[in-house]
Design a protein around this ligand. Structure first.
Ligand code: BGC
Length: 255
């Protein structure tokens, strides 16, 4: 498969989502914002060093016989290809030019992007905030809290709003889905934490819409009644495919 090969007259890209437990990838129909093939998931190697992860990324590209440019997400700050933080990943990523490493290891042109940023782009392009021209905040609730700020269709990268300090804590340590699980919080108690978090964020940014992603967005109806915000909150629509789709879109737009 080569870059932008016509497939039923649609442009194709390839996206890979690097997570703490799995690395997932698939070809993406860039016109429809849908996976063009079944996705492949390979467990994240442990320790998840840049070299070991790049190896798995190469296996995914080989599996789909993909030779063109590809997009790849990473759950940390990615500034011009350099991974700058490592809140929930191996510390050896800090300061690594992971984008160059991926290019070197796989022999294909890589675009590396923060995971929430990729999901945010996908949700605004094809999902819950499709076509929105205002200020959209996409918040992913998982092990950490990811954030994507998209204004008038343009992404402001690496906003990292999961690490706002709130009541003396790193916000994600209190309000991420992992905090709910770790502390065995009821939906109501977790909803109160989310209220505190989202009210803080909306007072900073005054978004027009908040889109909530991450696995727990599937259970939106369970916790949404306990979250009070002035901003409308909706669940993400692309769910666990948003990262793959967004990464492929961003790589397709760059190449
Ligand atoms: C990281 C972000 C990431 C989020 C979701 C946070 O801990 O700092 O870069 O987007 O987790 O994975």
């Amino acid at each position: 498969m080569t870059k932008k090969k016509k497939h039923h007259d649609h442009r194709l890209g390839l996206g890979i989502d690097i997570g703490g437990s799995g690395i997932k990838g698939a070809p993406v129909d860039l016109d429809k914002g849908k996976l063009a093939d079944d996705r492949l998931r390979i467990p994240t190697p442990q320790p998840s060093t840049p070299e070991a992860v790049a190896e798995v990324v190469g296996q995914i590209l080989d599996h789909f016989e993909w030779d063109g440019p590809f997009g790849c997400t990473f759950p940390a700050v990615v500034q011009h290809g350099v991974t700058q933080t490592a809140a929930n990943v191996d510390p050896s990523w800090i300061g690594c030019n992971a984008q160059d490493l991926l290019r070197g290891k796989t022999g294909r042109k890589a675009l590396l992007v923060n995971d929430a940023d990729a999901a945010g782009v996908a949700e605004v392009e094809f999902g819950a905030a499709k076509g929105h021209r205002g200020t959209v905040l996409v918040s992913t609730l998982g092990t950490g809290i990811g954030s994507a700020l998209v204004i008038g269709g343009r992404l402001v990268p690496n906003t990292e709003l999961g690490h706002l300090e709130l009541d003396g804590h790193d916000a994600e340590s209190r309000a991420a889905d992992s905090a709910r699980e770790r502390e065995d919080l009821s939906w109501e108690d977790w909803g109160a934490r989310l209220t505190r978090y989202f009210q803080h964020v909306e007072n900073l940014l005054w978004p027009d819409l908040i889109v909530v992603g991450g696995g727990v967005s599937k259970k939106f109806a369970r916790w949404q009644p306990y979250v009070e915000t002035r901003t409308p909150i909706v669940p993400a629509e692309l769910l666990n495919e948003a990262g793959i789709i967004g990464a492929a879109l961003l790589a397709g737009a760059e190449s």
